[in-house]
Design a protein around this ligand. Sequence first.
Ligand SMILES: NC(=O)c1ccc[n+]([C@@H]2O[C@H](COP(=O)([O-])OP(=O)(O)OC[C@H]3O[C@@H](n4cnc5c(N)ncnc54)[C@H](OP(=O)(O)O)[C@@H]3O)[C@@H](O)[C@H]2O)c1
Length: 266
Amino acid sequence: MPGQATDTAPPCLPTFYDDLVFPPPPPGRPYVAINMVSTVDGRTTLSREGKPVAERIGSPVDRTLMKRLRTHFDAVARGAETVRQSPYYPWAEPRETRQPLAVVFTRSGRLPVEASFFTGAPRPPLVVAPRLSGDRLKALRQAGAEVWETEDDLPAVLRRLGEEKAVRRLLLEGGPHLNRAFLAAGAVDELFLTLAPRLAGSGHNRRDAAGATTDTRKAGGNMLLNLSLVEGEPFWPPVELQLISVFRVESELFLRYRLSDPKAAR
Ligand SMILES: NC(=O)c1ccc[n+]([C@@H]2O[C@H](COP(=O)([O-])OP(=O)(O)OC[C@H]3O[C@@H](n4cnc5c(N)ncnc54)[C@H](OP(=O)(O)O)[C@@H]3O)[C@@H](O)[C@H]2O)c1
């Protein structure tokens, strides 16, 4: 049943992401792909009465393919809010394969050091942050993480990942705010998007009986209403994508796009 929170592997796993071919990395950075799942109306998070809901958007097939996709990448990056809400290591399947380096981007350094993202990691996760307080830095290092204290300079971090960690391909698994930062830096080449057969609504713009619209975020509402794939300032012009492949499993679609011009996102 769609959206059911179970990690049981589906009996017959599709193989369409087993043998993917990627272009070589562009000069100075790894080849970067985003992987996300959204509802048909473009929502990548679910909430109820203004509070985030832990229910998964995609099916067990989507979650299994997500792990399969990771086998093609040297590193899997996530924003700190995503790690705070889902604090597990991004394992690739099968588990015998070399596991990707987990990279988390944070400014606050506020991360769940007691969670399996750190305690059950097959290799030390990498935390990328600007200068952190001594306590946060110590806690992260004690949790086994490597910490890169850097300026907020994504191109420099990506270059360093290539040079020091031999990362040729990086999978970005959200969330929507970090997706935007990567796109704005011209550092996204592809998008793997699962379209789950569900509708959730955004909750952001509400029109009252008199026709007035309220942006509930500006009105002090909860920022974690149903987010889209990319959050933050809108892009203009919109970023153009080319469809590379489409697969269907029951009512769920597995889409792969390439950005026409990675440097065009403004
Ligand atoms: N449907 C999907 O496929 C999918 C995938 C991933 C996540 N999600 C959902 O998305 C939600 C979280 O997404 P989110 O957009 O709120 O947060 P996010 O992108 O996961 O994380 C944002 C945080 O990343 C850190 N950061 C460091 N550098 C940054 C930069 N240059 N730009 C932006 N952030 C930077 C900051 O951490 P600090 O706050 O520590 O300073 C920032 O608050 C969760 O509900 C999660 O479940 C859905």
